[in-house]
Design a protein around this ligand. Structure first.
Ligand code: IMP
Length: 191
């Protein structure tokens, strides 16, 4: 089955294709010739994933899904949340984003945080929402070279390594996106 994933992020496409397995052919925005900047200006993760998915569905009429992820830190009232990509400014600089978080939490002992992913699937014009959460904590320095985004400062509950120190497969098994995709795949297989 062909599925459009409304992204060109190669990290995510690789992660997701591995999770989806061979029964699904994942197409990116480039694969379908969509080169526009898709609006993403809603105040919630749910709103953004829905906005992106409908943008593609309305123009291409194909089965598609979009995701939106945020890192929610309790001591920062859920921030960076929906602002995760551009927390330190508009250039989406992961190092600057992590530095901002580490500075804000410098004198704070409550390090509790979670990654939350929301996926909106549009199939036959109907929308379905899938959520995946991984709870964890923000450590005090960056560790590891793998992954992307905030991975070097996030240690999932029950583990000693950051997401950036884990093998991609190990991260996929427990990650927010992995869990949301698992629900998506379960739904698609039930059709
Ligand atoms: P997006 O909605 O997936 O584009 O995610 C928004 C932002 O959240 C990204 O730019 C990253 O900063 C962060 N993010 C999303 N997924 C991950 C992840 O798996 N690890 C670390 N950071 C992530």
């Amino acid at each position: 089955m062909k599925l459009i994933f409304a992204t060109n992020n190669s990290h995510k496409l690789t992660e997701l294709q591995a999770l989806l397995g061979s029964s699904y052919e994942l197409l990116s925005l480039n694969d379908i010739g969509c080169h526009e900047e898709i609006p993403e200006d809603q105040p919630t993760l749910e709103g953004n994933s829905r906005q992106k998915a409908f943008y593609i569905f309305d123009r291409y009429g194909l089965t598609c899904f979009a995701d939106d992820t945020g890192l929610e830190i309790d001591a920062l009232n859920g921030n960076p949340g929906v602002f995760s990509a551009r927390y330190a400014g508009k250039d989406k600089d992961s190092n600057a984003n992590m530095d901002k978080v580490l500075n804000q939490l410098e004198k704070i002992n409550n390090r509790k945080a979670r990654f939350r992913t929301v996926i909106t699937l549009i199939i036959d014009g109907e929308e379905k929402l899938f959520e995946g959460i991984v709870e964890g904590k923000i450590i005090r320095e960056k560790r590891g070279k793998g992954g992307f985004g905030y991975d070097p400062i996030f240690v999932p509950d029950g583990f000693d390594h950051t997401f950036a120190e884990m093998q991609p497969d190990d991260k996929n098994k427990i990650s927010h996106r992995g869990r949301a995709v698992e629900k998506l795949v379960h739904y698609l297989k039930s059709l």
